[in-house]
Write a protein of this length. Structure first.
Length: 217
């Protein structure tokens, strides 16, 4: 269980967004600790989800850095990705851990985690990008995603990055109802959906990270 909890000494935010002193620094550190506490809360109930969120955060931040994001933008991405599935606190465990593929009704219940998560992080006053990543990470460029069927650049930049990182990590890892499909299958999926489901620039950078750098989960 200890592995599932983000220890307060392991900051979610680093660099220019978290100075040590002053009012701004205190607010940044307080938000960082709130983010760690929220992550720990979901880890107590659902260790798989918190591990998934941390791996998604690693990939999302690597993508953001490759795309030229500032340290502050990468910090926002890290918090948003670390909390993107926080709304699963609202979803019954029997749905989250179902050993069988979900029924249409169960899938409708699962979809509620996007709005539930936005309601939780919205209480904290994080950067807007955090809220968007949590609410919109299942939106798809062609409008086929949820919860709002947003299209194209109506989907926030942070959410378009977390969406790709989320798919790659989820397919690469085992689930209660299936074995891991593996990183190659996950990369084929984002390549197939490039420009239709997933932001093409984000896909290109993600493929670059796995094929030509040392990035690994
Ligand atoms: Fe999700």
């Amino acid at each position: 269980m200890a592995d599932a909890i983000v220890h307060p000494s392991a900051p979610l935010v680093s660099g220019a967004n978290a100075p040590e002193t002053g009012v701004v620094g205190s607010v940044g550190i307080a938000r960082e600790r709130v983010a760690a506490a929220l992550s720990a809360a979901i880890g107590l109930r659902d260790p798989y989800t918190v591990g998934h969120m941390q791996r998604v955060a690693d990939l999302a931040c690597a993508i953001g850095s490759e795309l030229g994001c500032s340290e502050t933008e990468v910090s926002v991405l890290r918090i948003g990705a670390c909390l993107h599935d926080i709304g699963k606190l609202h979803i019954p465990l029997e749905v989250l851990t179902s050993p069988a593929p979900l029924s249409p009704l169960e899938y409708d219940v699962l979809k509620q985690h996007a709005h539930a998560g936005r309601a939780v992080v919205g209480c904290v006053g994080f950067d807007r990008g955090v809220d968007d990543a949590v609410l919109q990470h299942h939106e798809r460029l062609d409008g086929s995603g949820y919860p709002d069927g947003l299209r194209g650049t109506a989907i926030a930049f942070e959410a378009r990055i977390v969406a790709v990182a989320d798919v790659v990590e989820a397919m690469s890892s085992p689930r209660p109802y299936r074995a891991a499909l593996g990183v190659p299958a996950a990369l084929r999926e984002i390549e197939r959906g490039r420009g239709r489901l997933y932001d093409p620039d984000v896909v290109d950078v993600c493929l670059h990270l796995f094929f030509t750098t040392t990035f690994r989960f």
